[in-house]
Design a binder for this molecule. Structure first.
Ligand SMILES: [Ca+2]
Ligand SMILES: [Ca+2]
Length: 215
């Protein structure tokens, strides 16, 4: 026994010392088992966000124009700044170009030049997805190059599409890519022909009402 090795054999103390050391060893053992059981759950919770596909639209840093990413799934659900969750799709934020990209902290202004919108698919629904870009507000008259990337996240991240679309001014809506998923999440077809998702007249009405709201 460990107790017997560490302590001289002083008759009446031997039994007590053995029990004490055995109890300590038992606690240490139970603690390490409990720690091993808890630890994997903590790790999994941090690194396992549930998403199957990620669609990203990015335009030049610091650019003032407001571009919108619009995605339609096979059921006709539509996700964009006016409906950030729809079906299994979710838009992270409406990036409005330079607007809202600076914050003043303790008298100092911090700028975030990033221009990017991201839509995630939280599950796999078979059907054709249409990825559109809308030039919502333009400060100047130039075209804006918008990079679109579609990534399949599981089992490993793989880029299934990457391309650039030139938007030509406020109201311009173009299809960047269309892709069809089967029930297992495989991409079985891709196309680029245009499909307008936001009709010109509803876009104009929306933009005019937004202008009214902000005054
Ligand atoms: Ca936007
Ligand atoms: Ca921005």
């Amino acid at each position: 026994m460990i107790g017997a090795k560490l302590f001289a054999p002083a008759e009446d103390q031997n039994a007590f010392t053995d029990i004490l050391f055995n109890a300590l060893l038992g606690f240490a053992f139970m603690f390490s088992i409990a720690f091993m059981l808890i630890r994997p759950e903590i790790i999994q919770g941090k690194v396992n966000p549930k998403a199957e596909f990620m669609i990203t639209a990015a335009w030049p840093d610091g650019h003032e124009d407001d571009i919108d990413l619009i995605v339609e799934d096979g059921e006709g659900n539509l996700v964009w700044f006016d409906a950030r969750e729809s079906g299994l799709m979710h838009l992270d934020r409406d990036d409005r170009g330079f607007l809202g990209d600076s914050i003043t902290v303790a008298g100092r202004t911090i700028n975030n030049p990033l221009n990017q919108e991201t839509v995630t698919l939280r599950g796999i629904a078979a059907g054709e997805y249409v990825v559109n870009l809308l030039h919502y507000k333009a400060q100047g008259s130039g075209t804006v190059p918008v990079k679109v990337k579609v990534e399949k996240l599981n089992p490993q991240v793989s880029v299934i599409f990457a391309g650039t679309t030139q938007l030509n001014g406020a109201g311009d809506e173009q299809t960047s890519i269309r892709f069809r998923l089967d029930a297992a999440g495989n991409v079985v077809e891709m196309a680029t022909r245009d499909k307008l998702l936001i009709r010109a007249e509803s876009f104009e009405a929306k933009r005019n009402s937004d202008a009214g709201d902000s005054q």
